[in-house]
Design a protein around this ligand. Structure first.
Ligand SMILES: [Zn+2]
Ligand SMILES: [Zn+2]
Length: 329
């Protein structure tokens, strides 16, 4: 197999040839069909997350075909197509798992962070954490971005609450362009905030149906019920608090963010809330995939060969992408 490997933080991924891994108990080996590139992969590569296992193969938006079954796997069949998301393992017995919050598990495994991920031709995954892709769009490139950008967007939208009819999205990239479509379908209004001067992203947001698009430091034309932050920029928290109405909620959707600057209490006053969304549960995955199977989303992608993973990461870092980068072996 071939893999793009992170050996040390803040160094380019290195191509490696390896023997095909043998699936252990409960695991499957997948042939990777496509793997999307997420901002979290940048945080892994840049050494911004604790506990990254090194060396590691990044990538946690994997569409793969089951190639070999480990001992005890009965739920999957060779040839079946599945998705592998960020949550690659949960212990099943800590208080969080027991309470239905496996996204907060005390002993989790994360694909492309503490387990090898999908920037490769093959990957091992726990069968119980693979998401079925039956009934989904045929093109694995179209499906891959759903497995984190789509899924985390979905969890953020739920955290924003059903009463959030006027919704702001800060950072209009892979996740926002998907969640915007779901929100619009649900009859919400979408206000898109981008880096100042990023007219391409603003035009893209309007083309997808956003009511308004502008720079993140601009006040929206009306107060927001809730805002979701996808850009990893701490300054956006007080800016978004300024934009939401009394009782409004600011949802931080990223795994990492630069420091949040001090801000006057009056921005939080009147029962405004700041919350974060961490990881995902398998239930989120199943719910979201059911939602998009019924009415597929328009998924904007740019395809890179696996060997150009570093280029894809650079383009994401520099904001040169519209939608999602997807690696294809
Ligand atoms: Zn647990
Ligand atoms: Zn991700």
């Amino acid at each position: 197999m071939r893999a793009m490997v992170l050996r040390q933080p803040r160094t380019p991924l290195v191509p490696e040839e390896r023997g095909e891994p043998e699936p252990g108990p409960g695991e499957v080996r997948l042939r990777v069909l496509a793997c999307a590139v997420c901002r979290t992969d940048l945080h892994v590569v840049d050494g911004e997350l604790p506990d990254t296992r090194l060396p590691v193969v990044p990538g946690h938006e994997i569409v793969g075909e089951v190639e070999a079954l480990g001992p005890g796997v009965t739920a999957l069949r060779p040839g079946e197509r599945v998705g592998v998301p960020w949550l690659g393992h949960a212990c099943g017995h800590c208080p969080y798992c027991a309470g239905g919050h496996e996204n907060l598990c005390d002993a989790p495994g994360f694909t492309g962070h503490t387990r090898d991920g999908g920037f490769a031709t093959h990957v091992l995954a726990e069968a119980a954490f693979c998401l079925p892709l039956r009934g989904q769009a045929a093109d694995p490139v179209q499906l891959a971005p759903l497995l984190c950008a789509g899924l985390i967007g979905w969890r953020c939208l739920r955290a924003a609450g059903d009463e959030a009819r006027v919704l702001g999205l800060y950072g209009f990239g892979a996740a926002a362009h998907l969640v915007a479509q779901v929100a619009l379908r649900q009859g919400r209004e979408v206000y898109a905030f981008t880096r100042a001067g990023d007219t391409a992203a603003q035009d893209f947001a309007r083309a997808l149906g956003a009511t308004w698009a502008g720079a993140s430091d601009e006040p929206p034309p009306r107060p927001l019920d809730a805002a979701i932050l996808f850009a990893p920029v701490g300054e956006l928290v007080p800016q978004a608090l300024r934009a939401v109405r009394k009782g409004g909620r600011v949802v931080c959707g990223g795994i990492h963010m630069s420091d949040i600057p001090a801000f006057p209490y009056r921005l939080l006053w009147e029962e405004r809330q700041v919350v974060s969304v961490a990881n995902l549960t398998r239930r989120d995955g199943l719910e979201f995939l059911r939602e998009v199977a019924a009415t597929p989303l328009r998924v904007e992608t740019r395809v890179y060969p696996l060997a150009q993973a570093n280029q894809a990461l650079d383009d994401l870092r520099a904001g040169r992408l519209q939608g999602a980068a997807v690696l294809v072996p």
